[in-house]
Design a protein around this ligand. Structure first.
Ligand code: MG
Length: 360
């Protein structure tokens, strides 16, 4: 038994060293980081987090503080599925996906971390793991980089050990995208795993046209070619385009994933443990993917995701997001091509490296 004694929620603004841009989210100056520390009656604690890009973090933090904390304190920490259902139904009318699942994610991750800390075991083992060594890719947020900067970044990724890289596409003129992908393929050589992410930039017809124009560059996947809400459109892109389609960072419930998978709208489901409802949600999406004979990949928060991907057999997973660290994040992910976890829980249960200057 481990009764929850306290829930502490904090909000940080994490300025980026370098302004980043993708095709639809615009200029990114900072991330907002919401941390949740759950302490049990024995004094053991677990740490979870979620994040937003630029805006929205205060709403998530407030939701946890005002609407979830009192439902958690005094309850059994080990009963994570029950805690999850309690949170889901408590916030159901106000949300379902979005801020609600981000808030639940931070709490769920903290609960799993607590259980791992108490057990003295990394989460991939507690999940009934397959292998803690997970191949990862480097994801560049590089749409506005001049070509020279894009290739310089690529060289750094390769020097750091990455053997898979994801670049951004979705520039104003499709010919620019084609030229940049062609340059990347030429720079990396045949056989190097390369993906491209359009961040929802195109209409369905534009996406099909783009996929065909990029057909000869051996992209492992094309990510989020159009808005996540257009499930039938995604299915058309899968059918009429030339690429495997990855999507999921903007699908925030297991039901949204089920709709997309059942419609043939996604080839590589790509959940983000920090917005799909934590490890509890992520693992359900992984099971959905496996049941439909689809390989899983992941979005963001590699330091957390590696445990969920380490639980999944290689037959049912592709590379995990390596989330190239470009900001003052408290936990630096491994930048090697493969990463291993041995510390208890998530292995991230210290916020001592968070600069107080970043605290909001
Ligand atoms: Mg993406």
């Amino acid at each position: 038994m481990a009764q929850i004694a306290s829930v502490q929620t904090d909000l940080y603004r994490v300025p980026l060293k370098r302004t980043l841009t993708d095709s639809m989210h615009g200029t990114m100056m900072d991330f907002e980081l919401i941390t949740v520390r759950i302490t049990d009656a024995d004094g053991a604690s677990g740490l979870g987090y979620t994040y937003t890009v630029n805006h929205g973090g205060a709403a998530v933090a407030t939701m946890i503080q005002r609407d979830l904390t009192d439902a958690l304190v005094g309850q059994e920490a080990y009963a994570i599925e029950r805690r999850w259902q309690d949170m889901w139904w408590r916030l159901h009318y106000a949300g379902r996906g979005g801020h609600q699942t981000s808030a639940i994610s931070a709490v769920d991750i903290a609960l799993w971390d607590l259980i791992g800390v108490r057990a003295g075991a990394p989460l991939w083992k507690l999940f009934g793991g397959f292998d803690p060594v997970v191949p990862v890719y480097a994801g560049g947020i590089d749409l506005d980089f001049p070509l020279e900067a894009l290739l310089d970044q690529t060289d750094r990724f390769v020097a750091e050990g990455f053997r898979a890289i994801k670049m951004k596409v979705g520039r104003e003129d499709l010919r620019e995208d084609v030229a940049r992908v062609e340059a990347m393929r030429g720079h990396l050589g045949d056989g190097f795993t390369l993906m491209a992410d359009a961040n929802m930039r195109w209409s369905v017809d534009e996406a099909i046209r783009a996929s065909r124009a990029l057909a000869e560059y051996d992209l492992t996947w094309l990510e989020e070619p159009t808005i996540p809400d257009d499930v039938r459109g995604h299915a058309r892109i899968v059918t009429e385009g030339c690429h495997a389609i990855a999507a999921g960072e903007n699908l925030h419930t297991i039901y949204e994933f089920a709709h997309a998978i059942d419609a043939g709208a996604v080839t590589l489901p790509e959940p983000d443990v920090s917005n799909i409802g934590g490890y509890t949600g992520f693992r359900k999406v992984a099971a959905l993917a496996e049941a439909r004979n689809l390989r899983l990949t992941s979005h963001g928060v590699h330091d957390l995701t590696v445990h969920a991907m380490g639980r999944t057999a290689p037959s049912w997973r592709h590379t995990a997001s390596g989330w190239r660290t470009t900001s003052r994040t408290p936990w630096r992910s491994s930048t090697a091509s493969r990463s291993r976890r041995t510390a208890p829980g998530t292995g991230s249960h210290s916020t001592s490296s968070v600069s107080p200057r970043c605290h909001r």
